[in-house]
Ligand binder design. Sequence first.
Ligand code: SF4
Length: 371
Amino acid sequence: GQCRVVCPTGAITIMHNISPVWKLIYDSNVRVVVQIAPAVRIAIGDKFGLPKGENALGKLVAALRRMGFDEIYDTNFGADLTVMEESKELMERLESGENLPLFTSCCPAWVKYCEDQFPDLAKHISSCRSPQQMFGALLKEEARENREDQRKTIVVSIMPCTAKKAEIKRPEHWTDGEQDVDYVLTTQEVSRMIKEAGIDLAQLEPEALDMPFGISSGAGAIFGVTGGVTEAVLRRLVNSNKVADLEAISFTGIRGVEGVKEATVTLGEREVKIAVVNGLKSAGEVMKKIQSGELYYDFVEVMACRRGCITGGGQPVPIGPRTKKARVEGLYRIDNLAQIKLSNENPIIQSLYDGMLKGKEHKLLHNNIQR
Ligand code: SF4
């Protein structure tokens, strides 16, 4: 079940999943697998006195291992899967000319907003599951295939966001009627669990993620900041890892803090018109103009939170201008340091498409609703 924490002032009521996750960790019949979203690692350090924007992934891995999680993976890997499927979908729609623009689907607050406020445009939303959902489905499929381990597999996600708790409950993301991600913990909730375990995150020596899903690209890392999904998809479509080409993509105008950013990119013979939107106020304005025909785009990225998941509702607060800047820089620094920049150059992704995922892309990585 879930626990309800009631704010003493009565101002907020938050659902949290701390107690059931602790119970599962201590249950020897259960294998608890955890994945960490891109924006969590550069924010969680705030709770433990680390410098703003510092990548605390290694320390977080060390803490989760001490707490008893059985396997620790990275949602950046799930983001690499999303890039593969979303860029395929964009190419298909550009070829057929149907349901353009393609809207991104990785932010559940945006998806819900579009469905409620602009139902006639909902068919534009990508059929791709979000990175946490793709990864959850893959982990469950792997558990079904690996019959040697008799334990039940539970997938927990650590997310910057409370909307992700609602996303995992939507049956159109499930596989064969079964929920793929079992629990979502926010960055704040995991910080509490770490403190409950008596661990000082700041003092831990960093540790590595587990394999086989512990390798991800820089493209996956930047999903946590506005413009990141678009940049990752463009890298895949341009399909070049040359520094000049990567820089050209980053300078198209998709980076930055504005509520709406526009870019035009030439792919083959085609000029592709892109809008990158952050914040639902800006999204509403753009949607109205798309609806009326005043604006035309081929691809629209929307993140409900200003500047993307770095300011998500489950992240440590306060998030002043200095913190925002440091978190954005923190994510781009992870990308700068990544040896693999393109999702399709991630060797694990390549081997999955040739192996376990073959013929199952639709079943595991896409929604099962017709919009
Ligand atoms: Fe969640 Fe905000 Fe990220 Fe959307 S932009 S997925 S609401 S944290």
